[in-house]
Design a binder for this molecule. Sequence first.
Ligand SMILES: Cc1ncc(COP(=O)(O)O)c(C=O)c1O
Length: 478
Amino acid sequence: MLSSPYKEKTAQKPTLLHDTFFNDLRRKEYSRLCNQQHTYLDFTGGNLYAQSQIDEHQSLLHKHVLGNPHSGNPSSLLATQLVQKARDQVLDFFNAREDYHCVFTQNASGALKIVGECYPHSKNSHLLMIADNHNSVHGMREYCSNQGGTYSYAPLNYEDLTISDIDLEKHLQQHKDKKHKLFTYPAQSNVSGVKHDLEWINNAQENGWDVCLDAAAFVPSSPLDLKKHQPEFVAVSFYKIFGYPTGIGCLLIKKCAFHKLEKRWFAGGTVQYASVSNPFYFLADDYERFENGTISYLDIPAVTIGLNYINKIGMQRINERITSMTKYLYQSLRDIHYDNGSIFIHLFGPSCRETTGGTIIMNFFDTNGELISVYDIEEKANHMNISLRSGCFCNPGIDELNNHITNDGIENEFYTSNDSNRKELVYKLKNMRGATRVSVGIATVQKDLDQYIKFVKSVRDKFYLKQNNYKNILKSKS
Ligand SMILES: Cc1ncc(COP(=O)(O)O)c(C=O)c1O
């Protein structure tokens, strides 16, 4: 490691809340991080499981004989009981037991797909999204267009990657003539960490919209109370909340909106009765309608274990902890710059980190003001065993906005190529894209944040010294 040519500012940094609690938790449940000297900063990508979660799940599997739930034998009945317990626990976690059905899906994308596929899109419908959606939401527009519906986007403010209530209101006031209107947005951006207002749900509903809330990035660090805010549909991935198991998410469907979703086929487990001698079938009248085939009955009990684990820590405590860590990290990064005053790091999103989640995105610049490739940053981080994310994070809207990508260049590529990818576009448009994302979670401790800050300073120092050595060589040659 180079010794830094800078005298660092020693500004007062925000205090990390609940430090003793989370340091103990780290020691007890996530010792593998320290054992491997691993700095894990990709909690928005996937949370980490606690040791006790997998121990408890393993002993449950050791203890019981569990069979396919679609039957009445003892092994099947026990599996049904454990799955029901998980379903109830999920509903309780979101305070939704009375008002919602819980459909287990493979992940949040699977939940969004059900809404995309089954919403009654037609010439008389409209889908409104925001530019900050994940690709799993953007993809829903294909179901909409294929059935003759129209769609539109509410754009983001360049400065802080938010949408003002007034701007959104203008979009919600449109399409008054349409019979079915669906508004889909993320409760929290998976890229900028911005929490989009849950009050939008009510506003949209008052204007005749159904609302699909993508809660995948929000619920790992914020409480979602579905008594208070009642979107028609909510999508969640459980590994993002407690790391294990992967492959299970849920779609929460408000009971009174259940019949709005039109399932156009059937599969095992989704029917009350289907016949071969005639073309009719009776669909199941609750969550089973959307759970095609055999559900993941061995893993679903681990959802109960995961939720119990989070409940024991307390979502409020997690929220406070993550907010304090984000503020600490944001403030520390903001203070890192080149000595000559030129910009080294650009942090995207709002400068007030009080109400954003645990995600920060940034770009780095060399001393000439050229963007340093995000893939170079990732590679350098890999050498220090830091897991972070680079790229566009399945959220092209934010990437296009942050990198000033015009529609012309992209449109040309779509019309002239049969096949392309992001890297090719970067090359052709000669516009470096993407960003570096770090995200914190329940297993993060101050040491991880400081290690990342140290890494960022080492990148700056390398670029600074490289440039200075170059200047010195030029000077000595002249
Ligand atoms: C906001 C948001 N929506 C949807 C998804 C898709 O989740 P999954 O990949 O678990 O289906 C993600 C994943 O990162 C996300 O952050």
